[in-house]
Design a protein around this ligand. Structure first.
Ligand code: FES
Ligand code: FES
Length: 168
């Protein structure tokens, strides 16, 4: 489906992405990943495997991590979708997790990075960042071909520790 111009029946849906509603017409078989990239030009979300095994396409749907290649766009209508483009603060400041990835040099080519960051934020919010082993376990669905894993864990550890300190 990716990049194909659909020629079959079309449907109109409204997607709420990063706080904004978008009315789009698409083939009912369009995935959320393709809707974001091809219809809304939000290309921060990456396609890796397109089969639910690499995590590159991870976004948040109603605050939970979701592989956007495995969800139909139509099924996401009525939900709040957040992509990597929606993370920065109103003043343009990067999200703390984005800043931590930069500070810990947690990326090389950067292709997996948006999915890693979306998953990392959810990992902490789920309460699954209590130890490095737990972080590795709950980030295991996000693959990095550059093998930046030690620095990714360090970045998540940093944000998790800060979050816990602030909550104490
Ligand atoms: S592109 Fe969705 S999991 Fe790989
Ligand atoms: S930084 Fe290159 S794939 Fe992860």
């Amino acid at each position: 489906m990716s990049g194909q111009k659909a020629t079959g029946p079309r449907m109109r849906i409204t997607l709420n992405v990063n706080g904004q509603n978008h009315d789009i017409q698409l083939d009912p078989r369009t995935t959320l990943l393709d809707a974001l990239r091809e219809h809304l030009s939000l290309t921060g979300t990456k396609m890796g495997c397109n089969h639910g095994t690499c995590g590159a396409c991870t976004v948040h749907v109603d605050g939970r991590r979701q592989l956007s290649c495995l969800m139909l766009a139509a099924a996401a209508a009525g939900s709040e979708i957040t992509t990597i483009e929606g993370l920065q603060g109103a003043n343009g400041a990067p999200h703390p997790m984005q800043a931590a990835f930069v500070a810990h040099d947690a990326l090389q080519c950067g292709y997996c990075t948006p999915g890693q960051i979306m998953s990392a934020i959810a990992c902490i919010e789920e309460g699954h960042a209590g130890s490095d082993d737990e972080i590795r376990e709950y980030m295991s669905g996000n693959l990095c071909r550059c093998a930046a894993y030690p620095n990714i864990v360090a970045a998540i550890r940093d944000v998790a520790d800060t979050t816990m300190a602030e909550a104490a």
